[in-house]
Design a protein around this ligand. Structure first.
Ligand code: PMP
Ligand code: GLN
Length: 381
């Protein structure tokens, strides 16, 4: 095994989902919905397969999908990208992130990221030989500290990787946070990657703005999103990156040797969803907000005190009120004690002490599944 390969063989998500199956637990761990995306999108993929759309598509993605992505980003974020040169279809947001990091990070280069960070960031930065510089979104309030943010920038900073709405905390960065990041990125003349996979999953009238739309940012920002979250199709692995042509060219150069191209029959289906799915997404998000409230109420009823998120499909609790001081120990016990699976925050931190008491619960599950989880958690009291 190469020295730079420091991650475990199995991700926490795979490990906890396997544990859920083995113990017959309700799985509020891995973030995937347990109901399907829009029927017309599913039908479009079936039709594409029947029509013989089963061989290698173009490397950057089929033209109708690149056009639909560009139109969608323009409509929702006010950002104009040329579908021929400024849009790249990838195998999920994961590949867009990996290819971008491999394209730009040399050994020793520093990458600033919000900590807790999504697990693939740490692995991708390690594989490139980069050095992570975490900026804490730490409990109990999970707010960005602007002084800490400014202190993270230095002569070795190559790239800033921002995720909002943020996994695992559910934080949606405010206008002031994004403006501060933009100012620093311009001042230090660094590249920015913005992971916006949860861009449409925001609640209570919260507004998600793309970091790419702040002054001085478009020309230095690679913006990443994914059909997986927006259209409840995490298994299709269709994501994308948009940005200035010169930046997207470099990401494309790496992508071609990672996967070459991405899932042919899913591409026309996602194109249709982007074109015609706004009403479906709006209704699904309202429904998700109700389920967020349902789980928040349920967790409160068993003695936990959830941090109710403005975005994503995850909420966080501190497990100390239940007599644990360690979220990892809690998550390892929970399936055996009561038959529920959640994800410990600790795996998302370099500063493991900062993450120790927190646990993440996914609420992108059917109402009866959330009810059953809460019923089982009742036995903890
Ligand atoms: N970034 C974040 C913050 C995520 O939560 C996820 C999915 N869990 C991804 C990227 C990966 O997205 P995809 O499944 O499209 O590869
Ligand atoms: N992104 C999902 C989560 O945060 C899971 C993705 C995965 O299993 N790699 O739970």
């Amino acid at each position: 095994r190469a020295q730079r390969l420091t991650s475990s063989t199995t991700t926490i998500f795979a490990e906890m989902s396997a544990l859920a199956v083995a113990t017959g637990s309700v799985n509020l761990g891995q973030g995937f919905p347990d109901s399907d995306g829009p029927a017309f999108m599913l039908e479009a993929a079936r039709q594409a397969i029947a029509d013989g759309v089963n061989q290698y598509p173009p490397g950057r993605g089929i033209a109708p999908l690149r056009q639909a992505i560009a139109a969608h980003v323009l409509r929702h974020r006010g950002l104009a990208y040329d579908p021929d040169t400024e849009v790249l279809v990838t195998t999920g947001a994961t590949e867009a992130l990996a290819a971008t990091i491999q394209a730009y990070v040399d050994p020793g280069d520093e990458v600033i990221a919000l900590e807790p960070f999504y697990d693939s960031y740490a692995a991708s930065i390690d594989l490139a030989g980069g050095v992570r510089v975490g900026v804490g979104l730490f409990g109990p309030d999970f707010r960005l500290d602007h002084a800490e943010l400014a202190a993270a920038f230095g002569p070795k900073t190559k790239l800033v990787l921002i995720n909002s709405p943020h996994n695992p905390t559910g934080v949606v960065l405010g206008e002031d946070d994004l403006a501060a990041i933009a100012r620093l990125a311009v001042e230090h003349d660094v590249l920015v990657v913005t992971d916006e996979v949860y861009e449409h999953l925001v609640f209570d009238g919260a507004v998600h703005r793309s970091l790419a739309s702040f002054p001085g940012m478009r020309e230095r920002t690679i913006r990443i999103s994914s059909a997986g979250k927006t259209f409840s199709a995490t298994g299709w692995k269709i994501g994308w990156a948009t940005g200035p042509a010169a930046l997207i060219d470099e990401v494309t150069a790496v992508k071609q040797f990672l996967t070459y191209v991405s899932g042919a029959p899913f591409q026309p289906a996602v194109a249709r969803a982007l074109e015609e799915g706004d009403a479906w997404v709006a209704a699904a998000t309202r429904d998700l907000q109700d389920r967020r409230d349902q789980l928040a109420e349920g967790l409160t009823s068993v003695g936990l005190d959830p941090v109710v998120p403005q975005g994503t499909y995850f909420m966080t609790t501190d497990v100390r009120p239940l007599g644990y001081d360690d979220g990892t120990a809690f998550c390892r016990d929970l399936p055996h004690r009561v038959g529920v699976v959640a994800i410990p925050h600790q795996v998302f931190y370099d500063d493991v002490e900062a993450g120790r008491p927190y646990v993440r619960w996914a609420f992108c599950k059917r109402r009866e599944v959330l009810d059953e989880a809460v019923r089982r958690l009742g036995a903890l009291r």
